[in-house]
Write a protein that binds this ligand. Structure first.
Ligand code: GLP
Length: 269
């Protein structure tokens, strides 16, 4: 894993946006894997800004979101489809026909949605860059602790912790889904490159478990230790639990120097 620690959350998202821009530079028709939650909101804002300045175009890109709630319609403001439209798709030139979320609302059998979603990802040529956040319990997408490390897109029941964490997004009395459909861990692992963003003290334990803990289904994000090209962008607060902090900083400096000498240099984790 390439672990890069920044002074604050703003620098984390700036670097994240920079990596998305680099991907677009190399491959204007890149296939992105997008995430929701509060962490990537600022990343989307920066991408929208750069698009408005004429620096970035998403015209030829395709995107697959990690997950979607079950039991609410796409036009419900709480759906991840609404989130993506509001925070990103409505403000850039991406063709919405090429933006996918694993929605169940029009499916007679939600069990068929997963395999169909996987087939769409394959037809698009696979995901070039997957953006991830991390849950306090180490989940990625909605793959909660104990999820199979080789799982595929499917329906998952959310843990009490996740429901509590996400309840801040729902008003009193508003229906909060307990089920979601999420890309599996096996699905996420097939992305060619993965970018995980985490900020704030509350993420420090999950980040330490992901980067330095044992590989275990109890911290689903720890599977990323097995991926060849993962970049973890975190701020000081989220890095607080890391024991090898000094090494990550040193490796980052060396990687930057290599990039200056040899051009684009992909740090192997
Ligand atoms: C949500 C999403 C994840 C997200 C995580 C953290 O439940 N399903 O994709 O990474 O929880 O969210 P936040 O960034 O708001 O902390």
């Amino acid at each position: 894993m390439e672990v890069v620690i920044f002074k604050n959350a703003d620098k984390v998202t700036r670097r994240g946006a920079g990596l998305v821009a680099e991907m677009l530079g190399v491959k204007p028709n890149a296939v992105f894997g997008f995430a929701t939650g509060s962490t990537p909101i600022e990343l989307y804002r920066q991408l929208v800004d750069r698009h408005r300045k004429g620096e970035l175009s998403f015209r030829d890109t395709t995107s697959f979101n990690l997950d979607e709630y079950m039991g609410i319609a796409a036009d419900n403001p709480q759906s991840y489809r609404s989130y993506m439209n509001r925070e990103f798709f409505d403000h850039v030139d991406i063709d919405k026909n090429n933006t996918y979320l694993p929605a169940c609302e029009n499916s007679e059998n939600p069990q068929l949605v997963g395999p169909e979603y996987e087939a769409s990802i394959r037809r698009a040529g696979g995901i070039d860059l997957q953006i991830l956040g991390i849950g306090h319990n180490g989940h990625i997408g909605f793959n909660e602790p104990s999820s199979s490390l080789s799982s595929r897109t499917r329906v998952k029941t959310l843990t009490r912790r996740t429901l509590e964490d996400n309840s801040r997004m729902f008003s009193n009395g508003e229906f909060q889904p307990k089920l979601a459909i999420t890309m599996g861990i096996g699905t996420i692992m097939e992305a060619r490159r993965i970018l995980l963003l985490a900020t704030g003290k509350s993420k420090a334990d999950a980040v330490a478990a992901m980067v330095e803990g044992p590989l275990t289904a109890m911290c689903p994000a720890s599977i990323l230790q097995m991926h060849e090209r993962v970049t973890v962008l975190i701020d000081e607060d989220a890095a607080a639990g890391l024991k090898y902090r000094e090494y990550y900083d040193l490796a980052h400096r060396e990687n930057r120097a290599l990039k200056e000498r040899f051009g684009e240099f992909y740090a192997s984790g």
